[in-house]
Design a protein around this ligand. Structure first.
Ligand SMILES: [Zn+2]
Length: 258
């Protein structure tokens, strides 16, 4: 399974079994500026792991546009560096930076994705309207593709975005919460998205799927999420595996390894 979004360098996963770490394939996501060197180092050391550079909206108040752009520019030659993000908007938690701060930092990372020809990984939680507005207003800077990670919105909202961004490659990644009863509307969302636009992710250590919900999410739990996606789409797990891997390679512009 190609896990399109995880944080294996998180302190909660530091004790993770070596074998699991070595076998896991996917993308280690940069979410705060301070940790980017660790994220990039991890990708370098793990054969099937790629990495991104991004600043999550939770850190929008300490974002330095200059420092971040310098980091990106200095690492362009690193072959494992596949995308900008995660970046975006999070209105779920009240203790986060202001909406204005979050939007400014989000827009700057959209600008950098365009400038340095990288696809964009978007985090959006309880911030549908502003996220859609920012993406639509900046559609000319999304030519390298955009991924809505941890998709948590309705089928209607997904289709609205796809239609508004015609000509842009918009992808959606589904994680553990598609296994939650309270999020069963996500089944419709998944069915409404073209098959060549669907990715799978763990977001480990966050969002463990049922039956591990509430625990630290481990990479191998991706199979619970894959099983639900397979049921919803009437496919086998191995069909989900090859479909989502192909899509992730296309989105992140990873050359197929043989
Ligand atoms: Zn994440």
């Amino acid at each position: 399974m190609f896990d399109s979004h995880f944080h294996l360098t998180d302190p909660r996963l530091i004790t993770l079994d070596e074998v699991v770490q070595k076998e896991h394939q996917g993308v280690e996501i940069g979410a705060d500026f301070e940790s980017l060197p660790i994220v990039f180092g991890f990708a370098k050391e793990h054969k099937n792991v790629y990495c991104t550079a991004g600043v999550h909206p939770a850190y929008a108040d300490v974002y330095s546009a200059n420092d971040f752009e310098n980091f990106v520019a200095e690492h362009l030659s690193q072959p494992k560096f596949v995308a900008i993000g995660e970046c975006g908007l999070d209105y779920h938690r009240e203790d986060l930076p202001t909406r204005e701060q979050q939007i400014a930092v989000f827009e700057h990372q959209i600008f950098l994705a365009d400038r340095y020809h990288k696809p964009l990984v978007v985090h959006t939680r309880d911030a549908w309207e502003d996220t859609a507005n920012v993406l639509i207003a900046n559609r000319d800077k999304l030519k390298n593709g955009v991924l809505i990670h941890c998709m948590s919105y309705t089928a209607e909202q997904a289709c609205f975005l796809i239609n508004q961004l015609t000509g842009i490659d918009v992808y959606f990644a589904f994680g553990g919460h598609i296994t939650y009863k309270s999020k069963s509307y996500l089944h419709d969302t998944l069915r409404s998205i073209p098959l060549n636009r669907i990715l799978i992710e763990t977001d480990a250590p966050y969002l463990a799927p049922v039956p591990k919900r509430g625990e630290v999410n481990l990479p191998q739990y991706i199979n619970y999420t894959a099983q639900v996606m397979a049921n919803v789409l009437g496919k086998t797990i191995s069909e989900i595996e090859s479909l989502t891997k192909e899509n992730a390679y296309r989105f992140y512009k990873i050359k197929a390894a043989h």
